[in-house]
Design a protein around this ligand. Sequence first.
Ligand SMILES: Cc1cc2nc3c(=O)[nH]c(=O)nc-3n(C[C@H](O)[C@H](O)[C@H](O)COP(=O)(O)OP(=O)(O)OC[C@H]3O[C@@H](n4cnc5c(N)ncnc54)[C@H](O)[C@@H]3O)c2cc1C
Length: 366
Amino acid sequence: MTTAIALQRAGFETVVFEAAPEFKEVGAGIALSINAMKALPALGLSDEISTKGRLMETFTIYDEGGRKLSQTSNTSLNGIQGPGNFIIHRAELQSFLVSKVNQDAVYFNKRMIDFEQATQSIIIKFADGSECETKYLIVADGIHSVARKKLLPHAKPRFSGQTCWRGVITLQEMELEESFETWGRQGRFGLGPLLDHKFYWYASLNAKPNDSAFRQFGIRDLQNRFNDFHSPIPEVLAASTDADLIWGDIIDIKPISQYAFDRILLIGDAAHATTPNLGQGGAMAIEDAVILANELKKETDVNLAFLNFEKRRLPRTRKIVNESWRVGKISQLENSALISMRNWVMRHFPASVNEKQLKFLFDVDL
Ligand SMILES: Cc1cc2nc3c(=O)[nH]c(=O)nc-3n(C[C@H](O)[C@H](O)[C@H](O)COP(=O)(O)OP(=O)(O)OC[C@H]3O[C@@H](n4cnc5c(N)ncnc54)[C@H](O)[C@@H]3O)c2cc1C
């Protein structure tokens, strides 16, 4: 959506083919990190969106007893680099972005199943039997991208060893002025405030891929794992119902080394799906939108502009995917000695060092 917005704003004729029959209200919460928020003004979206979520001053990591392991102050990052982390309901973000795309240019029920590259064009083939001839194809069909599978068959989704439940609850009496994660021995729990006394939470456990026991998990099972964690985690789970649960294994794509294929360009999760540990998948997709529009404005040869985009995006997205993978492993250690060592190091690390490490995430060259 953000790429369609960016290209339409830049004056390029852009059409979106979407597999779903409609955009439904989906998902739980999503954090738009500082770099994502820095990209939004270029899309003309920053003012309006700010009323639809919560800007967070701090992100804290606790141990399961509630002892602070580290805290990132978005205000101090803010001072250096831009606006803070913003938490918004996914459904809110999606409907907002959809409303900013020229509606005549969005075609639903158009699931691409294949494409053919000709010299001067691409023929896209859809599941409903129809075809479309286009000059260029920007592939934004997510982690299970059909086009990426054809272009790079070896690049397959990679299971992180972790599985995750998410939900949104309403708790009138709860006050929370930060988003946090708790790294316990039994798993990881995250919480962040949305608008109107709503809260977004997630719980992550180490797992085998597509584990049938976890597939059946309900709130009671999560309470068995997380009820010894510090407040308000038990209260949050007590306020949740099985119907609130969204479950999925955590996967990414091991970094690939090509996004541009003549008239075809991979962007977003189709190009660089990452684990959610740094909250960067959506952020990178938003960065892609702005950077692609800028490269297309600078270079009239579109194939060359795609290559320039690839050159700029490969190193940064690779670094983020790898770093996120690493953070995922560190956050869900199981060995007690390693956990104690990790927690000690985190508690004694000055916040400034932590913030310095995050600087590369937020210092995006748009
Ligand atoms: C648990 C979890 C938490 C996350 N938290 C965050 C966070 O806090 N911050 C953040 O920035 N990111 C987060 N992410 C990552 C973020 O959700 C993704 O990176 C982002 O949605 C990628 O956007 P995309 O448009 O590339 O792909 P998608 O959001 O997957 O969208 C792909 C679209 O293509 C359509 N489609 C699929 N196949 C076809 C086809 N063959 N033909 C036509 N259309 C098709 C789909 O219906 C969909 O609309 C999280 C991810 C997970 C799993």
